[in-house]
Design a protein around this ligand. Sequence first.
Ligand code: KG4
Ligand code: ZN
Length: 333
Amino acid sequence: MLILGIESSCDETAAAVVQDGKTILSSVVASQVDVHRRYGGVVPELASRKHIEAIYPVVEEALEQAGVSLNGIDAIAVTQGPGLVGSLLIGLSFAKALSYARGLPLIGVSHIEGHLLSIYLEKDTPSFPYISLMASGGHTALYYVSDYTGYHLLGQTRDDAAGEAFDKVAKLLGLGYPGGEVISRLAEQGDPQKINLPRAIISKDSFDFSFSGLKTAVANYIRYCRENQLPMPYEDMAAAFQEAVVDVLVDKTMKAALQYKVKNIVAAGGVASNRRLREALGAAAKHAGVKVFIPDPSLCTDNAAMIAVAGYQRFRRGEVSGLDLDAYSKNRP
Ligand code: KG4
Ligand code: ZN
């Protein structure tokens, strides 16, 4: 079964063709990062306009690279939310039009579910149940996953998402946008021990996260350096900040794995492409006798192949959306 996935929730216009919820025949991602960089973050109105320009060629390219026409597609999966509503509506309207014109089934998919299921695009996949750490620019949460569509939320961030913290700290340091990649690159040359930053654990029994205190600590350090005319140790700060985020993510994920007695852990979302996080989670899991599954970095950041996987799993269970399918901005309970 061939699913055409369409994703436009934030600043990437993406389309992919995936076979049987597993094999990527094509995955095209058009990034708008150059458009938003000069503003230091995503400008929603500009994002919507860029999606309009990109959606048709991106979908066409995905079909072409997969070597199929719409006649060969069995269903269309599209991101319904959460995300920027103006952006989501472009993908949604495009998918609805294709579905109506071609009589193809339409499946609305949660962007988060897409990230969570992105691991099924890899050869080595986990058996249920497992703990999934979802860390992106909009979300940071831990889930107990019992099957392809059964997730139990264990905890989530009370303020900033992990990726958002990377982006905000990069902005504070004047390093540009997006922050994750820049900070992780700088951190390779820094010493994480030189600057002491807080780890918000909240409470021992909670699986919630908090990253705003860490961000404030970085801001205070920057102010201290400025007021005292001290040079800013960019590399050490990047390394210390990254280590503080990674410590908390790994700590809570391992606690959840032990408490729920699972043998497998999955990490997903843009932050899961972070090298240090992959390494630290791998080491902690090995120590605990738990296996870690993390998709290739290109599948951690936003893409439409993961949307096709989530669509496939829902379609397989007989779930189809109507043409009245609407976008939603916030995560659904
Ligand atoms: O999953 P994603 O592409 O989009 C959302 O659904 O939000 O995640 C984007 C987020 C951004 O905040 C970006 O700074 C972060 O993931 N990110 C990283 C890295 N690459 C991307 N964070 C830390 N280290 C990275 N290497
Ligand atoms: Zn995402």
